[in-house]
Design a protein around this ligand. Structure first.
Ligand code: DGY
Length: 382
């Protein structure tokens, strides 16, 4: 097939599905096995090139589970179509690596994995916020380096979150969950920017403010601001959660970083190219009180020169969704997308409730197909 190793599973299946990376758990394989698929899994951790994936598709392939690190565009969808393919699923909720228009052109459904990453990713954004605010990585290195010679009033001072202002850019599933964690956990006031008001979030914060007041505590607030700039200027912590597209590429640039408070915290668990990483390095170099928590990078897996030398930046390797429950859930949803389409099932339409797919009797539907209407798939009716 090609130089990378591929492991065959359920060899007696009649439909051929390729999976471009090893996935966690076992349930995903049962789902594909039940749908009469034989599965070939690439066991190499290396990122596959378009040519390698094309070679793996070969002249017979019914479906693919691919990764956010791969460029799924016209070449691969044409190859999949020519090989008799009928389904593609990304193993991710984000699908900026997929040219959905090209997939639609070839009549190929594109699946993704919403609903199982929300809390996990928001929790990582909280973790990065506090790692940055309380200088956890610097402090850890300090201890390991043998520099701790006794308690000092001024040692490694950080920022108190309670009662300060958290800013969220992009108040969708993950952004609004992070916002709630910060407001309800640390009694922060919330400002957010999103093209659409998030009424549920606003009502939740208002309800929490009423609860606090009933206990004689200060209320918290939630304000939707009319620009990214307004959020950057007023927040003590800003967490980025917009979808990556041409309108949000380098949304955070030198000029906008210049609007932020001297000792603000910036967190990115969304997509790297939302931040101009060179501008961020320059800003952190000249603003030592400014702190950053990054899970994603502009040119992953590479980092911009200078980033890794900065004490005021906490960096982790795109692991915000990396809990066992979530990664196994993503595998189940991606498998159910492919198996569902290959079995001729309709498409689940309640994106707010994807959890039935994790149970032992999942609905007979493909959980999430982003171009379902465009490729003419039917919606699931109970
Ligand atoms: C996604 O699913 O889009 C995430 O980035 C994976 O962690």
């Amino acid at each position: 097939m090609n130089s990378k190793e591929w492991k065959p599973l359920n060899s007696s299946g009649n439909k051929r599905v390729i999976v471009t990376k090893a996935l966690p758990g076992e349930r995903w394989l049962e789902i594909l096995t039940d749908a009469d698929c034989r599965v070939e899994v690439c066991t190499s951790p290396d990122i596959l090139t378009v040519d390698e994936i094309k070679a793996a598709i070969g002249d017979r392939c019914d479906g693919v589970i691919g990764q956010l690190t791969e460029a799924w565009g016209d070449t691969l969808f044409a190859a999949l179509k020519a090989a008799g393919g009928r389904a593609y699923s990304n193993y991710a909720v984000g699908y900026n690596n997929v040219d959905v228009a090209a997939a639609t052109h070839w009549g190929m459904p594109v699946g993704n994995t919403p609903g199982v990453l929300t809390e996990t990713t928001a929790e990582m954004a909280v973790a990065l916020t506090f790692a940055a605010a309380r200088r956890i990585v610097e402090a850890d290195a300090f201890m390991r380096g043998g520099s701790f010679n006794g308690w000092l009033p001024t040692l490694l001072l950080g920022n108190l979150m309670r009662g300060s202002t958290v800013g969220v850019i992009g108040a969708g599933r993950i952004g609004s969950t992070y916002a709630r964690m910060m407001v309800e956990g640390f009694k922060m006031n919330l400002v957010y920017f999103d093209p659409y008001p998030n009424e549920t979030l606003e009502a939740t914060v208002a309800g929490y403010a009423d609860f606090l007041e009933s206990r004689g505590e200060s209320r918290v607030s939630c304000t939707r601001l009319d620009s990214v700039e307004a959020v950057l200027k007023s927040a003590d912590v800003v967490s980025l959660h917009p979808v990556l597209d041409e309108t949000t590429h380098h949304l955070i640039n030198a000029e906008r970083l210049g609007l932020m408070k001297e000792d603000a915290i910036l967190v990115n668990t969304g997509r790297g190219p939302v931040v101009d990483e060179s501008a961020l390095v320059a800003h952190c170099q000249t603003h030592p009180q400014f702190r950053v928590g990054l899970d994603v990078f502009e040119a992953e897996p590479a980092m911009r020169p200078g980033l890794s030398e900065l004490d005021n930046v906490v960096i982790v390797p795109h692991i915000a969704s990396a809990t066992r429950w979530t990664r196994e859930g993503m595998a189940i949803l991606a498998a159910a997308n492919v198996a569902g389409i290959l079995s001729g099932y309709p498409v689940w339409s309640d994106q707010t409730n994807i959890l039935p797919f994790l149970g032992q009797e999942p609905p007979q539907a493909a959980p999430s197909i982003v171009n379902a209407n465009e490729v003419g798939l039917q919606a699931y009716v109970k």
